[in-house]
Write a protein that binds this ligand. Structure first.
Ligand code: ADP
Ligand code: MG
Length: 267
């Protein structure tokens, strides 16, 4: 985490004072719709750039209607070109990933919107003050963490090509969020993750329910619109096929054989 983020942590640490909490609840506890409204319409003030980020990833304050929060802003103009994803599409993929996570009821992805900002349009995502007491490497290796299992299935659906340990955000209330979903939804199988511990194991029943809900929601409605806005028809079709495969075989996927299955560096 960069200096800017450290500054943000310091400021938000004041909120752990109980008297401050009464008047200013942690932003990640905002109702989803209020968080989305704040992110979409609030005033964005850049505090600094996250130094460990590979793209131009800004740590910002966002405020409006008397509510304040911290967020991440990734302008499209700051996206580093990649050989395997079309240029200028990463922010949109983050929105599509949020739409999948929300529709499935997994809430892996913090509230995320596409909006204009000081460096032009980009994605804006609620900042989660992760619990620094959690050992992320141990968490990533866990075999019985419900939130982590959900994240592994979410990654399989969105075909996440970059699930690193540092992309795990355990909130202080125990909920596990994830970040950095720009390199998702490739049409070819590109799952690259540190979460292979359940490969070939049976999917839990709740995952099958969520997957069926996703498959149905892809036909029409908000999810269909969101995916249509940000992904190509081929990528949407591939997403549908990944969901169908998971529902057919009812197991966690196996690592691809023609593609590095673990991100580098893994942390
Ligand atoms: N919504 C968020 N809440 C808290 N921390 C975040 C959030 N988004 C990103 N971060 C932190 O910032 C780092 C860099 O962001 P990331 O999305 O990985 O950028 P990049 O696409 O440039 O790699 C992450 O590894 C994580 O530590
Ligand atoms: Mg990253």
């Amino acid at each position: 985490m960069g200096d800017a983020a450290a500054g943000g942590q310091a400021e938000r640490a004041e909120w752990t004072d109980p008297s401050a909490l009464e008047s200013e609840p942690d932003a990640y506890r905002l109702p989803e719709s209020a968080a989305l409204d704040l992110l979409a319409n609030g005033e964005l003030a850049i505090r600094g750039r996250l130094v460990d980020a590979s793209n131009a990833t800004m740590y910002c304050d966002i405020s409006g209607n008397g509510v304040e929060a911290a967020c991440v802003y990734k302008p499209v103009a700051g996206e580093r070109p990649l050989w395997d994803f079309p240029e200028g599409t990463l922010a949109g993929r983050e929105i599509a990933a949020y739409a999948v996570s929300r529709t499935a009821g997994w809430n892996v992805v913090p509230p995320t919107v596409y909006r204009d900002g000081p460096f032009g349009p980009g994605m804006c995502q609620l900042w989660i003050d992760a619990d620094t007491k959690v050992d992320l490497v141990a968490l990533a290796r866990s075999g019985d963490h419900a939130g982590l299992r959900r994240m592994a299935i979410f990654d399989a659906v969105v075909n996440n090509a970059d699930r690193k340990v540092g992309h795990l955000l355990p909130a202080p209330d125990g909920h596990l969020y994830g970040c950095d979903h720009g390199v998702c939804f490739a049409a070819e199988y590109k799952l690259r993750t540190v979460l292979w511990q359940w490969r070939g194991k049976q999917l839990p029943g709740e995952a099958l329910v969520a997957l069926r809900c996703l498959r149905d929601s892809m036909a029409a409605g908000e999810l269909a619109t969101d995916l249509g806005n940000w992904l190509t028809p081929e990528e949407i079709e591939a997403t549908r096929k990944r969901i169908d495969l998971l529902l057919e075989h009812k197991v966690y996927p196996f690592p691809p054989t023609d593609w590095p299955a673990v991100p580098w560096p893994p942390v």
